[in-house]
Design a protein. Structure first.
Length: 553
């Protein structure tokens, strides 16, 4: 088992906004953050993350908890697995009891990568290829470039080092063939590029063939630690400069990144053999940088740039696109000494929205009225993914490109009258909710409240008050109250006393009206309760608190 002290120490390091924000895109909303809930389908964001309370809660489906609970639910992991994943992400070493079968992860990836690096330095074919591409020895060391030999050599090395074979399979270094019942290496005779998590730990590899294999590049398979749709190559190297420059350059390949860093563009990263995806967005949000896409001018490169530009512009990113034509790429330009030209290209990118509109219209024969209309329809469909302000701003641009009047470009979406999913049909009494929140945040005031008020007296939220008094903080009803910044807790005894007195005065006034209207009790009983309630009201107005036994009939 993982020791409790170790668990508490890890939790103290976690930040719920950072953890949740690494999975989904969060947007600031007052002191909290909001997003569409990842646990149920919804259009309006009802998922709230509270940095002050270090919890999340969905007002739609009721999901909620802390950082560990989120990883458990999102990744479908049990409690120890979620702790280990978070510990790995935060570079934290968990402590285990001696009788536990779960051992902390070894440094298998680092050991294998060191071996790949040593093999690379003694392999003339691999070394010559890298140097011919213009890569310096300092870059070879910085990026940990290595070489993977034949399958048997890799398997035998892992066995000889007493490394854990099942772990090597889990991490994607080895594979297992169920039919042949044998273990094999996933990377064979390839130049190896280690891929790191944002904390710098190695979680996978990219390999380039140097023996003419049909697949020029292969990446590690998806593992619990390696998801190519969430990672960017060399991000751990580029992070500080991204934050400093407020700018990130995204390229298509490992060599492009290495050569750009070599030329001083140390804010460059690359996608891992896949197009930019929505899962990359939370990582790109960090530091709020301007995003520059540097893609090849071939059909595949332009298609990837178009897809990325649509995603980034719809997500509100600032930035633009650089397309490299004539068969060149960033690595080639650095090798050819065109660093200044690169700088100019990155300073003068084509804005995302203009690039998307240009690419869409290039697919149509604008001399043909029917084709022009189809092009306009596709372009306006894209503009509708943007804010109303941007839609209006780019109407003249699109009209100009089409050679038509701006009045023909209709892009504004109709107002969405759908109620926000956070608005509930049930009645909310803010005073009662404030009392509940007081018990949640200041449990030391519970006795003071219970001395004068029974939970059953609350008209709308008596159940929530009972749960709060019982310490059931993890139930959805209480988590919703905890993360709602519009509900304010009472912070001192004087405020609590004053609010309780106001509540009780109103309560007795209501009870007095009820008694006056009752016809099913005797005159003597009615007179008794009238005197009692009037007496309590007088005492309260003098500043004297009554007790619960004076409240109940």
């Amino acid at each position: 088992m993982i020791t409790q002290d170790s668990i508490e120490a890890l939790k103290a390091r976690l930040d719920v906004v950072d953890v949740v924000g690494s999975y989904i895109e969060l947007k600031k909303a007052g002191t909290n953050f909001k997003a569409p809930c990842p646990f149920h389908d919804e259009k309006s964001p009802s998922f709230v993350v509270s940095p002050s309370k270090q919890i999340y809660h969905c007002f739609g489906c009721g999901a909620g908890g802390d950082s560990v609970r989120f990883v458990m639910e999102y990744e479908k992991l049990n409690y120890p697995e979620a702790l280990e994943k978070l510990a790995d992400s935060y570079n934290f070493s968990l402590s285990y009891t001696t009788n536990n079968y779960n051992k902390p992860k070894s440094k298998l990836m680092e050991v294998v990568n060191s071996w790949y690096q040593n093999l690379f330095l003694s392999n003339q074919t691999a070394l010559s290829y890298i140097k011919e591409r213009g890569i310096y020895e300092s870059s070879i060391e910085k990026f940990g470039i290595g070489y993977a030999p034949d399958s048997n050599t890799t398997v035998n090395y892992i066995k000889s080092q007493m490394l854990n074979i099942p772990e090597a399979i889990e991490m994607g270094v080895l594979g297992y063939n169920d039919e042949r019942k044998n273990t094999y290496a996933r990377f064979i005779e390839r130049i190896m590029f280690p891929i790191h998590a944002t904390n710098g730990s190695i979680v996978g590899f990219g390999g380039r063939t140097i023996t003419g294999h049909q697949a020029k590049y292969v990446n590690s398979p998806e593992t619990p630690y390696f998801n190519k749709s969430r990672l960017l190559y060399a991000y751990h190297h580029a992070r500080q400069d991204i934050y400093k420059r407020k700018e990130i350059i995204i390229t298509e390949g490992y060599l492009d990144v290495i050569m750009l860093h070599q030329a001083g563009f140390t804010n460059a990263v690359a996608t891992l053999g896949t197009a930019l995806t929505p899962e990359h967005i939370p990582l790109l949000r960090k530091g709020e940088p301007k995003v520059l896409m540097a893609y090849d001018g071939d059909k595949a490169g332009r298609t990837a740039a178009l897809k990325a530009s649509k995603l980034l512009s719809a997500s509100g990113f600032d930035g633009g696109v650089v397309i490299f034509n004539d068969g060149l790429d960033p690595a080639d330009m650095v090798k050819n000494g065109a660093g200044e030209e690169l700088s100019n290209m990155f300073r003068n990118t084509q804005p995302f929205i203009e690039f998307v509109l240009s690419e869409i219209l290039s697919l149509y024969n604008l001399k043909d009225p029917k084709a022009k209309e189809a092009g306009m329809n596709e372009a306006t469909a894209y503009l509708k993914t943007l804010s109303s302000f941007l839609q209006e701003s780019y109407k003249p641009y699109l009209a100009s490109r089409l050679g038509v009047s701006p009045s023909l470009v209709r892009v504004t979406n109709p107002q969405n009258n759908q109620q926000n999913s956070m608005q509930r049909d049930t009645h909310k009494d803010m005073w009662e909710l404030s009392l509940v929140k007081t018990v949640l945040e200041y449990p030391q005031f519970s006795d003071q409240i219970l001395d004068v008020l029974d939970p059953s007296l609350l008209q709308f939220h008596s159940q929530e008050l009972i749960l709060a008094l019982q310490g059931e903080k993890d139930v959805p009803q209480l988590m919703a109250i905890t993360v709602d910044d519009t509900i304010k807790a009472l912070t001192n005894e004087d405020d609590i006393r004053a609010e309780l007195m106001i509540f009780l005065i109103r309560y007795f006034e209501k009870e007095l009206k009820k008694v006056n209207l009752q016809s099913n009790i005797s005159f003597e009983e009615k007179a008794f309760y009238i005197r009692k309630f009037r007496g309590n009201i007088v005492r309260l107005k003098r500043g004297e608190l009554v007790t619960t036994k004076d409240v109940n009939r």
